[in-house]
Each structure stands twice: as C-alpha cells, then as structure tokens.
Design a protein around this ligand. Structure first.
Ligand SMILES: *Cc1c(COP(=O)(O)O)cnc(C)c1O
Length: 322
C-alpha cells in the first residue's frame, strides 16, 4: 500500500500566492434579511463570480502552474462534463498548455461549447459503453499527458482551499462554515484553511439528500460508493469521496449534512430575489443547510461558500418559476 502525502495548510497558503493575479478575489456578500432571519452574521463567499463561474478555476490553476516544462509541452488531460472541464481549459489557455477534455456524448451542448471556447480539445465518449478513466489513462500514456482529476489531487485540493482562506482573511474567524460537497475537493481544502485560521470553527459539508455517500462514509469510517444520484445538484453527483479528500474530511470536518432538491430550489429563488445573484443548484447546498438549522446559528458568525453559478438559463428560469 502506498502512503499518501496529504496536503496541509502550507499548501493552501502557497496556492493562494500561485493563483494570485489569475483567479478573482471574489466578493463576500451579506444580506440584512438573512442576518435578521438567522439572528446571526452571515457571510457569503460568492464563487459564482469566479472566472469561468465556479471555484474550480482555483484548483485547476494551482495544479497546472506546477507543471514541469516537459509536462507543459505535452499537455493536460481530464474527464468532466461540468465545471472542472471549463476550469482546466481556461487555466491551460492562460498558461499556454494544450488541454484535452474527455466529455460524455450527451453532455449539455453549452458546456461542450464553453470548453471548446476556452481552447480545450474535447474528446467525446459514450458514457453507456465506454469507461472515461480508461480513455483518460490511455491518452495520457500515449501522448505523455498529465491527468488532473476533478477533486482527488493534492494540488486541486490546496487550490480550492483558497476560497475559504480569502473569506476568513476578509471577515475574520468564523464560528461556523458551510461548504458544498461533491467529491470533496472544496470541502477538504476549505477545512484545511478554516482549521488553521479559525481553529474553533465548526465545519460542515453539505450534499444532496439523494447522494449522501459522503455522509455515509463519514459515519462509517470507510469510503462508500453509490450509483450516480438523481438530483438537480449536478456538481455533486459524484459517486464517492477520494483517497485524499476522505481522510482530510475525517480529520477536519465536524459533520456532513444533506438537503433535498426542493430546499435547493427555495434557496436558489431566495438568492435571486433578495441578493440578485444567479447560483446553480449545487452552489445552493451550503445556504440551504444553514437555513434548515438557523436556530442553532443564533448569535454566531457564519460563512457560506456559494460554489458556482453555471446553470443553463432556460433551466434556471424553470427552477425559479416552479
Ligand atoms: C465541483 C463542484 C462542487 C463540488 O466540489 P467537490 O470538490 O467535488 O466536492 C460544488 N459546486 C460546484 C458549483 C461545483 O462545480
């Protein structure tokens, strides 16, 4: 068995320096309505305003900036139908690295177009008959490409942690932090930052009720695998945590909470109506969990990471109208 070298706070701090000038320092927003309803001070870290529309740019930029000259020349490969694809394509473009993105044949046309728009070379596969990891490894070997997965990589985790670092640097130590959870890159990185900068902070990961593999893993102490869950939170449809993200979550996170899709829709509407921000369903996970347990937050200083805003606009209109 290989022993993994888990990333730590120093890696998050180094990532912050590496991505400075490339990633946006996203705004922290507040709402008087929320503060009154919660009887708390609530701070929203708005990664929907990050480059390409989600925090994933942070991890991608941190990983690609550490490529050797040989790796840069050969290029990067990844598999994703979502925000990680666009993040890798954009970071690669900024660093002048060729990028190959493996996407399912039925990925939304808008996402394929956005990835191509950033200069990514999109390779399409049939998700019912082909295995994307196998295709990725084959391409990587044949062309000496470096594979950067969406969450289970120390450089990706450290990059994602810079969002919570910026939040706490700006507003001071938090009592509670809510973070959206898919494969755990954002949560494990954020937890490294929060544990260091605000040691007393309670840290919660939040996943969709239909896909609570993280909660099951956290409670049983073993990585639980599930079938692709049916949920509108498409950024959190992961089937399992990773070999890096799981131990970091075990070490640093207080609990994993879940929310139902209708709570995500209610939160999406609230964020649009009251705060004028467009947030994708997955990006609402943290806020939805905070709303559901607001009594326990009275008098506290609460951080919520809004993870992204990439949602097909006609689909969004349907959510808002429902
Ligand atoms: C990827 C993603 C998540 C989940 O992040 P993990 O690092 O996989 O846990 C949450 N929200 C958005 C918008 C995402 O793109």
């Amino acid at each position: 068995m290989t022993i993994l070298q888990l990333p730590g706070w120093a890696d998050v701090a180094a990532a912050a320096q590496r991505i400075e000038g490339y990633a946006h320092r996203t705004p922290v927003m507040t709402s008087r309505t929320v503060n009154e309803a919660f009887a708390a001070d609530v701070f929203f870290k708005c990664e929907n305003f990050q480059r390409m529309g989600a925090f994933k740019f942070r991890g991608a930029m941190n990983a690609l900036s550490q490529f050797s000259p040989e790796q840069r020349a050969a290029g990067v490969v990844t598999f994703s139908s979502g925000n990680h694809a666009q993040a890798i394509a954009l970071a690669a473009k900024l660093l002048d690295i060729p990028a190959t993105i493996i996407m399912p044949h039925d990925a939304p046309a808008a996402k394929v177009a956005a990835t191509r728009g950033y200069g990514g070379n999109v390779v399409v596969y049939d998700r019912y008959t082909e295995d994307r990891e196998h295709i990725g490894r084959e391409l990587a070997e044949k062309h000496r490409l470096t594979l950067i997965p969406p969450y289970d990589h120390p450089h990706v985790i450290a990059g994602q942690g810079t969002a919570a670092k910026e939040l706490i640097d700006e507003v001071g130590a938090l009592d509670v932090l809510f973070v959206c959870l898919g494969g755990g890159g954002l949560l494990s990185g954020s937890a490294l930052a929060a544990r260091h900068l605000a040691p007393e902070c309670e840290i919660y990961g939040v996943e969709p009720e239909a896909g609570n593999d993280g909660q099951q893993s956290f409670r049983t102490g073993q990585i639980v695998h599930i079938d692709t869950p049916k949920t509108i939170a498409d950024g959190a449809q992961t089937q399992h945590l990773g070999q890096y993200t799981f131990p970091l979550i075990q070490q640093n996170v207080d609990d994993i909470l879940t929310v139902a899709d209708d709570e995500l829709i209610a939160s999406m509407k609230f964020l649009a109506e009251r705060m004028k921000i467009v947030v994708e369903p997955t990006g609402c996970l943290g806020f939805a969990a905070a709303r559901a347990r607001k009594e326990s937050l009275q008098g506290k200083k609460v951080g919520i990471i809004i993870s992204g805003g990439n949602v097909d606009i006609s689909r969004y209109a349907e959510f808002i109208a429902s």
